[in-house]
Design a protein around this ligand. Structure first.
Ligand code: CDP
Length: 261
């Protein structure tokens, strides 16, 4: 953050290195139910980030001393693939991924009705296949779609997005170079329906006014991303209905044919 290099993060017309305006998101694509053997899953592309989220559970917690008789344990594991970044990432957990896993678990636990599933565990795996900054936000956004896909009762989805500051200007959704050489990065996650904040971190410095400006920009963006999450889930369930209808029609046809014979 704020390293001194000769990289122009914004041109005279206020365009960023990838041509975005200050309040523009990178392109986002979400697909629900992409893994057969998980209870719920999602695949998300957000700019150069490519992320898979898989959910298992609620299932009996093992070892048993980890069971909570009052609620389910929500365990999220954020993992970066060795090939996801420019310099090979050493496989396995490190300080950064342990921290991210913890804050994402806490954010997700807030929206899940954990008290409905005592003694169980809900495991959420977030696999970063390709990283280009903002992976905790993208991972969280994907994970909440995967949880909904698994049919786990939740208050609402969680949406996450970052804002920050580059070239003296508050901007939305930093990409890699902006994250590395900008002045601030503030990942944030909200429950869209109530606008409660469930994750907020800050790297760098902002004035109160800049913070407020970024916050309202990110809130607005989160509402748009919420639309994409819901659309992905709607598509997933309408496909199931279509397939069921097809199956029913085929069976009806077969029955008719049998009657004719
Ligand atoms: O990804 P996020 O912005 O949530 O977290 P970060 O710690 O601010 O990391 C920013 C970016 O740095 C990541 O998205 C990766 O692109 C990159 N990174 C890396 O190249 N090697 C690592 N070991 C960790 C992060």
């Amino acid at each position: 953050m704020g390293e001194n290099i000769d990289l122009k993060l914004m041109d005279e017309e206020g365009r960023r290195i990838d041509g975005r305006k200050f309040d523009e998101l990178r392109p986002i694509k979400i697909e629900a139910n992409v893994l057969k053997r998980a209870d719920g899953s999602a695949y998300l592309e957000w700019g150069g980030n490519k992320i898979l989220a898989a959910v298992y559970g609620p299932r009996e917690a093992h070892p048993r001393h980890l069971q909570d008789p009052t609620k389910a344990r929500v365990q999220c594991r954020y993992n970066m693939a060795a090939f996801s970044v420019m310099d090979r990432k050493r496989p396995g957990p490190d300080r950064r991924s342990v921290e991210i896993s913890k804050i994402l678990s806490e954010a997700l636990e807030y929206v899940i009705f954990t008290e409905q599933f005592p003694r169980t565990t809900i495991d959420i795996f977030i696999e970063i296949l390709q990283a280009e900054a903002g992976t905790r936000c993208s991972g969280l956004t994907a994970a909440s779609v995967a949880l909904a896909d698994a049919g786990i009762p939740m208050r609402d989805l969680i949406v996450s997005c970052a804002f920050g500051k580059i070239a003296g200007k508050v901007v939305l959704d930093l990409r890699k170079e902006e994250d590395n050489f900008g002045e601030a990065d503030v990942p944030l996650a909200i429950v869209p329906r109530t606008e409660e904040i469930v994750l907020l971190q800050m790297d760098g410095h902002l004035t109160t006014n800049e913070f407020q400006e970024g916050l309202s920009m990110a809130m607005k963006a989160c509402k748009n991303i919420y639309g994409l999450q819901r659309e992905a889930l709607r598509k997933r369930y309408s496909t199931v209905i279509d397939k069921n209808e097809e199956k029913e029609k085929k069976e009806e046809k077969k029955e008719k044919e049998e009657v004719v014979q």
